[in-house]
Design a protein around this ligand. Structure first.
Ligand code: ARG
Ligand code: ZN
Length: 872
């Protein structure tokens, strides 16, 4: 059934404190919970107490030490109800027995490669014990755990270790106490035979915090980059936000079976091991970058998520959007701000815009859901971060910091809401943000239209901006948003163009506030016709229907002082040429020559850094072009047009590109730092261009593959060959697979490259991989690397007109759903492209979805996604 935000009400009972006792044995785990509970003041006597459960079986239940009579409670797998609890403070004691090894959903307590670990967000704690499993129930937790010493020498939980010892019979125990109030979703426990590295951090007030990273034995030396990232994150949060860590210990555990990236449990973060382990031979620069980002993200949650948490799951964006913003800022400060901004916007356009413009569109703060796990989306995370970024833009750096200080001061220790968050920004700035709040409440990407004119006689320049949001499921009409447009006017010689005054709308310095359907600004005292540079730094998550022609775009690419817009101008020019060609309007030779010249000039510009150049020469991917076209999409036509354009661009300069490529080889020993990684990314970007656009690429790639001394270069050579399906591709795929057999995280790279290759053998190759007897079909990383990459990044094969791609995926989803519904439903979201496809493809896609619905009993996770996509 559907859950609505409007039905929110606090629980009638509070949980005052939690005492847990885990007895972990090889095959079963017994959980005894002692919950001190009391009615709230307003709760009438006789109000039943309903505790959540999920696949639980109650062994015993007592109140204040006395076993309950059968008539006093009702229990099943999903709930324990005390019919008439005492109308005073009391202790409820329950016992349940779990089988962690059989828990393939990976929510609650489960075993991963022998290690016992937990995942409780959002509703996993109810799979461990009967509880008020919702984020607004906050309590201090004390956890005692005992386990066989041989299987689990390491025993970890939240907070501080307060006792440990031997129990005889090969058993030992540990007691952990977390003094901070927390909701159950932040609970964590780990027991296993693990290696570790340790370090320490001294906080700004001089407290020494012990840091530990735990992992499979033998992997310790691959944890150092994660540790370094953690220490830099701790220092950054003090510097930038004045936030200090609050416990004596901070531990991270890397596990191999995990439903997503990582989890911010209080003092005990649990990570997907792909976001911890790194060494040059097996991890790419991109992997190092992700490790740094996610370590920071989870650490930053300690303040934005844990100290201040969410009142209910509709407010998920409160902690996620804000924390993504914080991790983006961290990376910008640690590496290059413009490069990071481009990276984040590329990600937004590749994944969030398609979500927001399709059947799965929802507001960053939804008002209903069937399965909350389906709402850990790029809209909640990445659009949520864009909304916080717009607040920072509106308030300015100092104003934003002041508001954040107020947020921490006012809401520390609370479970709060988006409204309260907005209120803080209003109170700190004195601004009315009621219209701005619509960003959280409304789905869809606004489209901003631009027209302008210049009158030389009166030296006036007129700029009209319009906004419009297409209807999204359940939201037929849309309100205008407050859109901050950071801008500049550029004069004919490429330098900033001054003006006398501006009228017709709100303009604050270099910021236009587009707050209505249409705003027309009149600038006076403008000496020449300017070229407008709008949405500098991508100041709002909108689609810009630019009025600029190719010539003006290329002018911006050369002269804009805003690096983001320089990049974006070339992306727009390129996307437009490819999209036009794919839909029947061929480009002209002059257009291609001009675009080529702009790319070459960028490459030759000594003032730009390599990482930035790499982003400039990165040709928009097929899914991004498909989105740009919007409807009646034919992926084959896009792939052809894209390859044709790259050939036309590269042909005359192939030799030059190759020589730049050769000159960029890194000779120093491998380091994952931003500069060296940037050099490799430019070199691999050139290899990509040469491979798509000339016949030099295939050999170059094979040679690079053979000579590579790090995974970044080796993987790039293989993936580029596979995506372009060069003559050398099959051999490289074959070699890679055997060379790294036995390393699961490298196998994931092979799975991804193999799934993204557009050759007609792709589906057979994937089917053979997936059905091989030794394929680990319960591991989320393996499944996502194969199927997630396929649905999101291989439109040519996934959206085949004969339906083979769609059916391959729905059949796999039906199987995976029986094991792990979260992984299954995530893969299924790839079908959100259906409404954009030409009718034949759309119809066979819908057929595959309907067959899935009719032929299988599906989880709530998968059913919800399926129904929303079918409803369109
Ligand atoms: N809170 C975690 C993070 O942002 C992710 C939890 C994801 N949970 C889920 N059900 N998808 O890092
Ligand atoms: Zn998060």
């Amino acid at each position: 059934q559907t859950i609505y935000l409007k039905d929110y009400a606090p629980t009638p009972y509070r949980i005052v404190s939690v005492d847990l006792d885990f007895k972990i044995l090889e095959d079963t785990t017994r959980v005894r919970a002692q919950l001190t509970i009391e009615p709230r003041e307003q709760t009438p006597p006789g109000t039943p107490l309903v505790l959540n459960g999920d696949e639980l079986k109650l062994d015993s239940v007592a109140v204040d030490g006395a076993p309950l009579v059968l008539s006093a409670y009702v229990s099943d797998a999903n709930a324990l109800t005390l019919v008439e609890p005492p109308h005073r403070r009391f202790v409820l004691e329950t016992e349940v027995t779990l089988n962690p090894a059989a828990n393939t959903k990976l929510m609650g307590l489960y075993r991963s490669s022998g290690t016992w670990c937990t995942q409780c967000e959002p509703e996993g704690f109810r799979r461990i014990t009967y509880y008020l499993d919702r984020p607004d129930v906050l309590a201090p937790f004390k956890v005692r755990m005992s386990a066989p010493k041989a299987l689990a020498p390491v025993l970890l939980a939240n907070g501080n270790l307060v006792d440990q010892g031997d129990l005889g019979d090969g058993m030992h125990y540990a007691v952990w106490e977390d003094p901070f109030l927390k909701p159950a979703y932040l609970f964590a426990l780990v027991a296993g035979d693990l290696g570790s590295i340790s370090d320490s951090f001294t906080t700004m007030s001089g407290r020494k915090v012990s840091l530990g990273i735990y992992c499979t034995h033998g992997k310790e030396n691959e944890c150092h980059y994660a540790m370094d990232s953690l220490k830099r994150s701790m220092a950054w949060d003090e510097r930038r936000f004045g936030r200090e860590y609050d416990l004596d210990v901070f531990n991270i555990v890397a596990v191999s079976d995990f439903n997503f990236g990582a989890m911010e449990n209080k003092g005990l973060n649990i990570f997907n091991d792909k976001l911890v382990f790194a060494q040059p031979e097996t991890a790419t620069d991109a992997n190092y970058h992700s490790i740094e980002r996610v370590i920071a993200h989870e650490y930053f949650h300690n303040w934005t998520g844990n100290r201040i948490t969410c009142r209910d799951w509709f407010q998920l964006c409160l902690k996620e959007g804000l924390t993504v913003f914080r991790d983006q800022e961290f990376t910008s400060d640690e590496r290059s701000r413009p490069v990071q901004r481009i990276h984040d916007v590329q990600n937004l356009r590749t994944s969030q815009f398609p979500e927001d413009g399709g059947p799965l569109a929802h507001p960053p703060r939804p008002d209903s859901f069937r399965e909350i796990n389906n709402f850990y989306t790029t809209t909640v995370y990445e659009k949520g971060a864009e909304i916080v970024r717009m607040l920072a833009t509106l308030l300015g750096e100092a104003g934003f910091r002041k508001a954040m200080d107020l947020y921490f001061e006012r809401h520390d220790g609370e479970a709060t809401t988006i409204e309260a968050f907005i209120k803080v920004f209003e109170d700190a700035s004195g601004r009315d943000l009621s219209q701005f709040a619509t960003w959280y409440l409304q789905a869809g990407t606004p489209q901003v239209g631009v027209t302008d004119s210049y009158d030389p006689a009166s030296q006036t320049y007129t700029l009209t901006l319009t906004q419009k949001v297409e209807p999204t499921p359940g939201e037929p009409t849309k309100k205008p948003l407050l859109i901050p447009v950071r801008f500049g006017l550029i004069g004919p010689n490429g330098s900033p163009m001054g003006f006398g005054s501006v009228s017709g709308g709100a303009v604050e310095d270099d910021l236009i506030l587009l707050d209505r359907d249409s705003v027309t600004l009149t600038f006076t005292g403008v000496a020449n016709k300017p070229v407008p540079s709008l949405f500098r730094g991508f100041s709002a998550p909108v689609k810009i229907a630019s009025n600029l022609g190719q010539e003006e775009l290329l002018f911006l690419a050369r002269h804009d002082s805003d690096p983001f817009n320089r990049w974006d101008a070339l992306q727009t020019a390129t996307t437009t040429l490819i999209a036009n060609a794919a839909t029947g309007t061929a480009w002209s030779g002059t257009e291609v020559d001009a675009l080529r010249q702009a790319l070459v000039d960028t490459l030759d510009n000594p003032e730009l850094d390599d990482a930035f150049k790499a982003q400039v020469i990165d040709i928009p991917t097929e899914p991004v072009i498909g989105r740009h076209i919007g409807k009646n999409v034919d992926p084959d036509a896009i792939a052809r047009a894209r390859a044709d354009l790259v050939r036309a661009l590269v042909g005359p300069v192939a030799e030059k590109l190759e020589s730049i490529y050769r000159g960029l080889e890194v000779t120093a020993p491998y380091s994952p730092d931003a500069r060296q990684a940037g050099q490799r990314s430019l070199r691999n970007g050139l290899l990509n261009l040469l491979t798509t656009g000339s016949d030099r690429g295939s050999d170059l790639a094979s040679r690079q593959y053979d000579n590579a001394t790090n995974m970044t270069d080796r993987y790039a050579a293989m993936a580029i060959s596979a995506r372009n399906w060069t003559a050398g591709a099959p051999a490289l795929l074959g070699d890679f697979r055997t060379r790294f057999a036995g390393d699961p995280l490298v196998f994931d790279k092979w799975l991804t490259a193999s799934a993204q290759a557009p050759d007609d053998g792709a589906i057979e190759r994937m089917r053979a991989t997936l059905t091989a007897p030794d394929f680990p079909r319960t591991n989320p990383n393996r499944l996502r690397s194969l199927l997630g990459s396929f649905v999101m990044a291989n439109p040519v094969q996934f959206a085949r007109a004969d339906g083979l791609g769609f059916r391959f995926v729905t059949e796999a989803v039906a199987e995976i759903d029986k094991v792990n519904p979260q992984v299954a439903s995530r893969i299924l979201t790839g079908f959100r492209i259906l409404p954009t496809l030409e009718t034949r493809r759309r119809d066979v896609g819908l057929d595959a979805l309907r067959a899935l619905k009719e032929q299988h009993t599906l989880s709530r996770n998968v059913s919800e996604i399926l129904d929303r996509i079918i409803a369109g």
